[in-house]
Design a protein around this ligand. Structure first.
Ligand code: DGJ
Length: 736
């Protein structure tokens, strides 16, 4: 029988009441239990008798919240030499803690010890779905405090966690480490899936069982921070989670600069997870009363495998984070690979006509349209000089926008506003705006340097690039924001304290993006970084989509998009059909359709059939794109373990789905030998299956007149008939 108190806990004001109820119920006022509950999970904190704040549980939530208090008693792991701080909610250094700290400081008097004890907590409810738990912890000796914030999204099973650090000591305090979050997981084994890569090889997964000691995922690149390693990861408990089974936590740092995630398996076989900005070269001097807010660490957990966790994250991202996450996106024709830097007004006018002919929404003018003294005719010069190149475009951008409007398409433009070419007027005029060590040789990536966004004048300049473009061309409909260089020789001529550089750079960038979004709230912007060097959930607050990789070979993309899809919904994934790879146009288009479709090809070189195929595919895409962007994604056949890849997007009513199937092996006789079991359908509904994107003069081998129950499709499956003659097959599933 559930007690009255418990029932009240369930129905009203979740978190606060639960915590108060538990204090009363168990009758030990000193052991305050603070659960953060979402639809399926709970993160539970406990205030111990000596006011330590501990993580006592993270996992599937219990039916009776009063039982959270019983959890610690069932872990008999032996003595904690650090006096109960192994599972600290925010581990300190220099006092009892013996493992990796979340926060380290030098106090105003030079002392380096820190101990944080619970003072109070409160819960603020934004609405029925979102709550914020804030816990104040303070050092009993020093006037130094931290507020630990846990923002929970009930239906999405997502938590964002960040810290706010302040002090009122008699001088400055140096923060040496300042994590966003500190979790503590207790399991038999821990399996980490992490990602690595480089230009054109982004998002390569590796899964390992964690051993004792610390595994750190981090970046020190400053700008395109994810080039070698993104902050997204998965952590499976007990055994590696599969698509539909197992307990898995997805984590990610909401920060576009240097990040750091420490995973430390301790002497009790428990895992301390500490995540936030990277403290590398970033000691932060905090003045009395100054507030230091960390970015958030984002995580979701599921005991139903990777697929469920990714759908939770997608829902959260579309509902709460991505700019216009529920909105429309524009299909486009980009000229980068069609022309590179070699174009002029007549050539672009032709491409604008091709945009219309193809049937996409927008023409996107890429790199090379600007700079006069050092024209941007290659990637060595002109970056930073945003005046239109008069030789190529004597009538300015305005005439291109006009031409696009005349042709019934929209116009978008490429910029790379954070960067500068050494050979540019900007560099000549403002050498002090450039990130470089005054006494050392310059070092370049793609022949360019980074502008010093810690400097408010540079922030104004970068904001001005965008603002001027929109002011002069109010009909501008899209911006591709590129970023091709990492930070070498980190030094700012503006900053007094160089240790603040990496943090202030990102803060400067976010300030610029805030200003842009205040004035231009909805204009779609693509976050590009010579590939996926930059995507994260802080940046996606300002961007509608991102560029996963310059590698658009569709075979490669199947694997890459597959991995990105665990963390980012397809509505954010800019996929362009290009000439990369050896696959036919159908295969290329089918793969690009699993996201936001674009083209970067020479339309005039397409054969009549190829053009017809693309035109029809774009029409089909327009009809089903909302299911691809907003539907639930179910991965059906993993290309890493099968000779086919298969996945399906299903709308929330379970009445329409779009299924993508590809042959990923060239071996003899490979294909979909067995039916592919669908997921996410309604077993009681009846569906008919129709093939989309059929190449002109070919026929589908599928019997489109047959109908199947959801039960059949999910139990027996459906064979998309993928083989060496049908290497990519797109199917529409419709309820009848
Ligand atoms: C790198 C991007 O990834 C490409 O798509 C293109 O925009 C070039 N930069 C332009 O320089």
């Amino acid at each position: 029988m559930k007690s009255k108190i418990q029932l009240i806990c369930r129905s009203v004001s979740y978190l606060l009441l639960i915590s108060l109820c538990l204090v009363n119920q168990i009758g030990k006022a000193q052991d305050i239990i603070i659960p953060v509950e979402t639809k399926n999970n709970a993160l539970v904190l406990q205030v111990t008798q000596n006011k330590d704040l501990s993580n006592i549980y993270i996992g599937k939530k219990l039916g009776n919240p009063a039982e959270y208090a019983n959890i610690p008693g069932h872990y008999k792991q032996g003595t904690d030499y650090s006096d109960g701080t192994l599972n600290s909610a925010y581990s300190t250094a220099g006092s009892r803690n013996l493992f990796e700290p979340a926060v380290t400081v030098t106090h105003a008097d030079g002392n380096k010890s820190l101990d944080l004890r619970y003072v109070s907590h409160k819960v603020t409810r934004t609405d029925n779905n979102v709550s914020l738990l804030s816990i104040l912890v303070k050092d009993p000796v020093y006037n130094f405090e931290v507020v630990l914030n846990y923002k929970s999204y009930y239906n999405e099973d997502v938590i964002e966690q960040w810290s706010v650090i302040t002090h009122q000591e008699k001088g400055n305090v140096i923060l040496h480490k300042f994590a966003s979050a500190n979790l503590y997981l207790q399991s038999r084994k821990y399996w980490l899936t992490q990602y690595h890569g480089d230009w054109a090889t982004e998002m390569k997964p590796e899964e390992v069982q964690l051993t004792h000691g610390i595994k750190t995922l981090d970046s020190k690149l400053g700008t395109r921070a994810n080039l070698f390693q993104p902050s997204v990861f998965m952590l499976s408990l007990d055994k590696p989670a599969t698509e539909d089974e197992g307990t898995v936590l997805y984590g990610s740092v909401e920060w576009s600069g240097n990040f750091r995630v420490d995973l430390e398996l301790d002497n009790k076989d428990n895992l301390r997870l500490i995540a936030g900005m990277n403290n590398y070269a970033s000691d932060y001097t905090l003045k009395p009363k100054e507030v230091f807010t960390t970015p958030a660490f984002l995580y979701t957990m599921s005991d139903k495998g990777k697929g469920d966790a990714s759908r939770n994250l997608h829902n959260w991202a579309r509902n709460y984070r991505i700019l216009d996450g529920k909105g429309n996106r524009l299909t486009l024709l980009n000229n980068w690979e069609a022309t590179y830097f070699d174009f002029d007004e007549p050539k672009l006018f032709e491409l604008i006509k091709d945009t219309k002919k193809l049937g996409v929404d927008l023409f996107l003018l890429d790199d090379g349209w600007f700079a006069n003294k050092y024209p941007r005719n290659g990637d060595v010069t002109g970056l930073g000089d945003w005046g239109v190149n008069k030789k190529k475009l004597p009538n300015g951008v305005a005439s291109l926008v006009q031409e696009a409007t005349k042709n019934g398409v929209k116009f978008g433009i490429w910029i790379e506003p954070e960067m500068v070419s050494p050979k540019s007027e900007l560099y000549e005029k403002h050498p002090d705006w450039v990130v470089k060590q005054p006494q050392r040789p310059e070092h370049y990536l793609r022949n360019q340097l980074v502008l010093d966004l810690t400097n408010p004048k540079v922030q104004d300049f970068v904001y001005g690039i965008v603002d001027d473009l929109f002011t002069e061309n109010p009909d501008l409909a899209y911006v591709k924001w590129d970023c091709n260089t990492v930070v070498f020789n980190a030094y700012s001529a503006h900053l007094k304290n160089q240790s603040h550089f990496y943090i202030e750079y990102m803060r400067g960038l976010y300030q610029v993006l805030e200003r842009i979004r205040a004035k231009y709230p909805k204009v779609p912007m693509m976050l590009c970084s010579g590939g996926g060097g930059r995507v994260d959930y802080a940046a996606l607050k300002y961007f509608t989509e991102f560029w996963p990789s310059d590698n658009t070979d569709p075979l490669e993309r199947i694997f890459m998009q597959w991995e990105y899809s665990y963390f980012y919904p397809s509505v954010t994934s800019s996929n362009h059909v290009t000439d990369w790879g050896k696959q036919p146009i159908k295969f290329r288009t089918d793969v690009a359709m699993m996201g936001k479709l674009g083209f970067d090809i020479v339309v005039s070189k397409l054969s009549a059939n190829e053009l017809k195929f693309c035109q029809d595919a774009i029409k089909s895409y327009d009809a089903v794109k909302s299911v691809i962007w907003q539907g639930d994604l179910y991965r059906l056949a993993d290309p890493r373990v099968n000779s086919i890849a298969s996945l399906v997007y299903i709308d929330d009513k379970k009445s329409t789905g779009v299924m993508f199937n590809y042959l990923v092996s060239n071996r003899y006789g490979e294909g979909s030998k067995l039916p592919v079991r669908l997921k996410g359908l309604d077993p009681n509904k009846t569906y008919r299956i129709k093939e989309l994107n059929i190449y002109p003069e070919t026929k589908t081998s599928i019997d489109e007149t047959k109908s199947y129950t959801g039960d059949f499709l999910m139990t027996v499956g459906f064979n998309p008939e993928v083989n060496e003659k049908r290497t990519s097959v797109v199917l529409q599933i419709n309820e009848i």
